[in-house]
Design a protein around this ligand. Structure first.
Ligand SMILES: [Zn+2]
Length: 485
């Protein structure tokens, strides 16, 4: 054991290794909760737990620092359990085994859980050492960040008192995060009647494949193809040119993924087969040329297909094709204050046929809650025009970047003093727990920092050793420079 013992600062690596030894997959946090409770007993620190399992450990100020503002240090205690297919590992019972690989720490065949085990380790190190001076500290450990932010959702007002919160869950040393996007899903449902397919028709299946996909927040600005949009563009054009009857449309999967695949079953008049094949060839060429940079793997295929069952009625067919075409998709606006930050976007995530209904799932994100509401209305309007029933679900608020934040000013200046270089100040176009904290604690001044982690959520996850020392020095420096009340 203690493979990481030679690393420095010793105390953070000691706790990181201890935490690796405690199984803690999302929604199964009982072992790590016990570990934290034991830790607080051993160090004679006040500890409380809320109904969701979130833990708060409080440490009094260092002598002479009693008048400083209280700081909340926050991490999440769960981790994503992913392993290589050949690795035998049970994330509910087996410890993660970290090892040194050159400049990095990795785990044997599994996720390392540095996301966010290293954030927790920093908290425990500071809670247990006298070598860092600070005002009153509240260390918040949330449950279940990775599968729906449910710990942060359940957090009640008044659980902690600090007005400055440092989130320890970001993954790029040298970058300070000051904002994230809020999100919501907008779901449209269309009901359809059926129509028989004329005897003069032949059936076909068209498939879009080979697209890159990606995260609907982090990757939305990369100009990647949306399989639902491409497939619908083809069908819309067929509908304009030929007597086409749509039987089924099936595309995309996860609400937070850019869809990579889609297929549709349809029929056209037998005599139109030749002209349709010509149109298909030109469509394929045009779309492949448009996307040759972003999507070199794009494939669209058209084949004869046996069609069992009827087509959808003509009005529903038009409602579907027109609304999918008109539905906004991709980046809606860029931040004017933060360079290269997508402010608002929407993703046409999936189209599914279930019985006599069509379910269309879209998701919107924005770091501005009002801009998010605006794009939701835009999407909702498109589908209402097409006689769909529209519902919203799963909304969570964003964290709007504040360039004048006090904790940003302090962190920036400590960073410059320590490392002689300007940190990059960024916001991300994806959800963080910070957005949810703001809902309960509207006056919080927040920042998110962390060491460099690559390949998070995969067995390739690795933690950059030297960046941990910088992360530690930065955190200690910031705590020392927090102003008095
Ligand atoms: Zn995380």
């Amino acid at each position: 054991m203690n493979r990481l013992q030679k690393l420095e600062p010793e105390i953070i690596w000691k706790y990181f290794e201890d935490i690796c030894g405690v199984p803690r997959p999302s929604k199964k946090e009982d072992k790590i909760i016990n570990f934290l409770t034991e830790f607080s007993k051993n160090h004679d620190l006040e500890c409380k737990k809320d109904q969701a399992g979130n833990i708060l450990i409080t440490k009094p100020a260092s002598r002479g620092f009693e008048r400083k503002k209280t700081v909340v240090l926050q991490s999440h205690m769960d981790m994503v359990g992913e392993k290589n297919s050949e690795t035998d590992h049970n994330f509910e019972t087996d410890p993660v085994e970290p090892f040194i690989d050159g400049e990095w720490i990795r785990a044997k065949g599994t996720t390392l859980g540095a996301d966010d085990g290293i954030g927790m380790a920093a908290q425990l190190a500071i809670l247990s050492t006298d070598s860092v001076t600070h005002g009153k500290l509240e260390c918040l450990f949330t449950v279940d960040e990775e599968t729906g932010l449910t710990g942060a959702f359940a957090l009640k007002p008044g659980f902690f008192e600090g007005k400055i919160l440092i989130n320890l869950d970001s993954e790029d040393e040298g970058e300070l995060f000051i904002g994230c996007a809020g999100g919501i899903d907008t779901l449209a449902t269309m009901e359809f009647d059926t129509e028989d397919i004329p005897a003069s028709h032949s059936g076909f299946i068209v498939k879009v494949e080979g697209l890159t996909g990606g995260h609907s927040g982090d990757d939305i600005h990369r100009g990647r193809g949306n399989s639902n949009k491409i497939l619908n563009r083809f069908l819309w054009n067929l509908n304009n040119r030929f007597d086409m009857k749509l039987v089924r449309f099936d595309g995309g999967n996860l609400r937070n993924a850019i869809p990579r695949e889609a297929e549709a079953l349809f029929s056209i008049h037998r005599d139109d087969t030749g002209p349709m094949n010509d149109y298909f060839a030109s469509f394929k060429e045009i779309v492949a040329a448009e996307m040759s940079d972003a999507e070199p793997g794009f494939v669209i295929t058209l084949e004869n297909a046996e069609i069992a069952g009827p087509a959808i009625d003509e009005d529903s067919q038009l409602d579907l094709l027109y609304s999918l075409y008109a539905c906004p998709n991709g980046v809606i606006s860029w931040s004017r204050k933060i360079k290269d930050l997508v402010e608002t976007s929407t993703n046409l995530a999936s189209v599914k046929f279930v019985d006599n209904r069509i379910l269309i799932t879209t998701s919107q994100r924005s770091s501005s809650d009002s801009a998010k509401a605006d794009v939701v209305s835009m999407v909702e309007s498109v589908f209402r025009l097409a006689n769909a029933n529209v519902k919203k679900s799963g909304g969570y608020p964003g964290w709007k970047p504040d360039q004048d934040s006090e904790i940003l000013r302090i962190t920036r200046s400590v960073y410059k003093k320590l490392f002689n270089t300007e940190p990059v100040v960024r916001a991300i176009h994806a959800g963080l727990e910070c957005g949810l904290f703001l809902e309960k604690y509207p006056d919080l001044d927040m920042i998110s920092i962390g060491p460099t982690i690559k390949g998070a959520h995969s067995p390739d996850e690795r933690l950059h050793i030297e960046s941990v020392r910088k992360f530690w020095d930065l955190l200690a420096g910031v705590l020392k420079d927090i102003p008095e009340n």
